[in-house]
Design a protein around this ligand. Sequence first.
Ligand SMILES: [Zn+2]
Length: 69
Amino acid sequence: MIGGDPMHADILRHPHFTCQRCGSDNVLEVDSSEGFPQSFVWDCLRCCNPHEVTVRLDGDDLSVQAEPV
Ligand SMILES: [Zn+2]
């Protein structure tokens, strides 16, 4: 069991996107203390196809744009 740390939980956010190759839901982990937007390459957990992912802050929510590389 992971100890409760509200500060930590507040900084780490878990937006998700649907893989454009296999349709699998991928949950990301981003550090919101680094600011937005953030771009990085993410390999689908299921089919391993890389996506160029951009995470933006949209109000209180995060929006994720993912393009197959
Ligand atoms: Zn996939």
